[in-house]
Structure formats: C-alpha cells, structure tokens
Design a binder for this molecule. Structure first.
Ligand code: C5P
Length: 398
C-alpha cells in the first residue's frame, strides 16, 4: 500500500559509510508515493554523490546554506515549512552533537531548527563512538529537549570490522517506520476525482444559465481527501474559493466541459464524487453574437445535459461512485432511488428546504446511504462532514 502518497519527506544525509544505503532508501520512499527532497552535509557528499540522489528523488539536492542560486529556488525556510516529516539517515555522532546544541552552522542543522515538522534520526557510527558517554549524553539531552524519534541503531558487523551497535537500520525498515507515521492516511494510494460548483450553459457570448451552487461542499471534500492521503483531482465550475493545498484543480464552464475533463481523468481514478450542481439542461443553440432585445417575448429551447455521474458509473470497471441528492421532501427514499437508478455505491442526501444548511452555506446536515446502511449526521461544518464521508468511503473500500 502506498502510504506515503502526497507526503513530503525531507531526508537529511550526514557523513558516514551508511550514506551509500540512502540511494535505496530514497527509491523505497518514492515507490511508496512520497515526494522526497534530499539535504546533504559536506561529509555525506564524500560517500555518495548528490547526482545519484537527485536522479532517484527526481528533485534537486540541497547542500548549501549560503548559495544564492539555491535560495532563489526553494529557500531554506521554505524547505523547512515544506516538510511533513524530517528523517536524518544516517545521523553521525557529529550531527547529533550539533543538533543537540542547537547549532545552525550548515543547511541541515538550520532546517531542523527552523522546521516544526516531526523529526526522526537513524544514528549510524562505529560501536565505540555510539557507546561514548558524550554521544549517549547528547541523545538523552535531545530527547529531553524536544519530541524526536531515534530509530536504531542495529547491532552487527560494522564497515570498519568492529562488531556491536551502530549500524544504520536497513532502508526497508526505515521506509516502513516512516509509513507508520502516516497510518491515519486512510485513502493512501488512492486517486479521487471530485466535481464541484455550478456549471454555466451559454446562451450567447455574454449570457448563460447557471445556479447558486457555491462549490463549498466539493472543496471541503477535496481538502479532507487530500489530508487522508489521497491524490485529488478537483474539477470545478466557476466559483471563488481558493484551491486546497496539494489538490490538482481544473476549471471548467459547461456540463459538457466537466464531463470531458472527468473522462480524461477516469483511467487514474479510484473514487469519483459528484458534488457539482450540474445544470440539467442547456440551450439547444448558442448564438454567435449577443442577442438583441428587439422582441417582447423570446423562447430558448433547452436540451438535456449528459448525466456525468451516471456516465462514470456506467463505464466498464467504474470507480467507487458517490453522488449527492439534494431534496426538499422524502429525502431518504429519493436518495435511495438515485443510488439504484444511477448505479452508485453511495449517496449523500441532504435536505435543502432549510435556508441555514445545505445549498450555498458553510454548514450541512447529511445522511450517508449505501447499499447496506443509512447513517445520519446532524448539522456541522461542510469540512467536518467531509471527513465523515471520507471515513465511510475508506471503510467501504477496505
Ligand atoms: O439527478 P440529480 O441532479 O438529482 O443528481 C445529483 C447527483 O448527480 C449529484 O451527485 C450530481 O453531481 C450528479 N449529476 C451529474 N450530472 C448531471 C446531473 C447531476 O453528475 N447532469
């Protein structure tokens, strides 16, 4: 399972023979879906080249604190804020000493000082250096000072010929422990496509038919899905909401645009949520020129739009499909009808007869209906309800 999908791992490499094993570690993390940025000390570069790690991580390797060119790219403070987790592997006795005393005399120690991301170190050194009172004192001080995880070291044969504690944990074990840190990522490895907001159906170049959908529910779902570890595509109609972090957004106008975009995303989609208020009809003919108001009456002939979610659910091998049912009466029975008719896996029903919740508001109250159960959630923010919906989907997929 790709538990590290979308996760930003900052891997610090310090000087020690175990540094050569970080090539394998970077590979394991990338295979697990992580976005990896490598930071090397000068000592680390004596054991493995930055080029190797750049090729494996797919990102430039950072090593200098005072490099104007690097600072113009992703500066050290930006890098410190970017990380979801910092792992230092191997962590040398020298690095541990500098970290303990709060020094910021190179890029890696500065990043550790500047970041609030959780930190783990995987010590690796000669067994006598490990056993030395100063090293042990530093490790104890470090743990007293701040939350830090110390992974390893292992026992065994050392590169220098000694036998004892001081070997870096194997890359696969480090990757496993990192994945464990993100166990709450219930949608890791999944790609989810969400439609949101209204669509606009053109009458002429300046006029259109649309609705009051704010897109808030779809955007809240995108945020909750991203936080649950999924890769998120958001196909949004015209709304004025900022894109949640790390969500891939495509802006569309009409229902047909929305369908075309969704269909191109479908081969990579595991879960589809139709939260958009798609216009049911569109003008049969769109005038090339602005229509003049020279008649007392006019008629616009409308034709039916494609049903996007029903089209998705009717594909061979469809994703797990979740639709919405906004109703003003008999909410549950209409929603169940939609579940069957559109061949969906789940329907989120809400009563839109109240002005305070549902359409175009920050709150909602929902009923989650699937083929086995019906679960009701009273009024709450769309974000909190989105987390509940994501939990239900994850449970159904597990
Ligand atoms: O049929 P109704 O519009 O009530 O169904 C609502 C559900 O269907 C929502 O999930 C909505 O996003 C989706 N839908 C769609 N394409 C349409 C109409 C609705 O995907 N043309």
């Amino acid at each position: 399972m790709q538990r590290l999908t979308n996760k930003r791992i900052l891997l610090g490499i310090t000087g020690g023979i175990a540094a050569y094993k970080t090539a394998e570690l970077v590979r394991a993390l990338v295979t697990n879906g992580a976005d990896v940025r490598v930071v090397m000390t000068d000592g680390a570069k004596e054991f493995i080249t930055p080029l190797t790690l750049q090729a494996l991580s797919g990102n430039p390797v950072h090593h200098s604190l005072l490099d104007p060119e690097a600072e113009a790219g992703m500066g050290h403070i930006e890098l410190a804020k970017w990380a979801d987790f910092i792992l230092i592997a191997p962590a040398s006795a020298n690095f541990i000493a500098r970290l303990t005393s709060g020094m910021g005399n190179d890029l890696l120690t500065t990043l550790c000082l500047a970041s609030i991301a959780p930190l783990a170190i995987a010590p690796a050194m000669n067994q006598a250096m490990w056993a030395d009172a100063s090293t042990q004192h530093n490790l104890q001080t470090l743990q007293d000072l701040k939350p830090i995880q110390i992974w390893g070291p292992d026992q065994g044969q050392q590169a220098c010929g000694d036998v004892g504690p001081g070997r870096m944990l194997e890359p696969t074990e480090l990757a496993r422990r990192l994945s464990e840190q993100f166990e709450r990522n219930i949608l890791s490895g999944k790609t989810i496509t969400i439609t949101a907001g209204p669509t606009r159906e053109a009458i002429d170049p300046v006029r259109y038919i649309s609705n009051h959908s704010s897109g808030k529910m779809g955007f809240a779902l995108a945020k909750a899905a991203q936080e649950a570890g999924a890769k998120v595509n958001l196909v949004a109609g015209p709304v004025h909401i900022p894109t949640p972090e790390r969500v891939h957004r495509t802006n569309i106008e009409s229902a047909q645009d929305m369908l075309d975009t969704v269909l191109t995303l479908l081969p990579q989609t595991d879960i589809f949520i139709g939260a958009a208020a798609v216009a049911d009809y569109r003008p049969a003919d769109v005038c090339d020129q602005k229509i003049k108001k020279n008649q007392d009456e006019m008629q616009i002939r409308l034709v039916k739009n494609p049903d996007i979610i029903a089209t998705v659910a009717a594909q061979d091998n469809p994703p797990f499909c979740v639709g919405f049912a906004a109703e003003t009466q008999d909410v549950i029975s209409y929603a169940k009808g939609k579940l069957e008719k559109k061949k969906l896996n789940m329907v989120i029903a809400n009563d839109v007869s109240s002005q305070h919740i549902g359409f175009n508001t920050d709150d909602n109250a929902i009923i989650i209906i699937d083929h086995e159960s019906t679960t009701e959630y009273g009024q709450a923010s769309k974000y909190v309800l989105s987390q509940k919906i994501i939990e239900h989907i994850a449970k159904k997929l597990s």
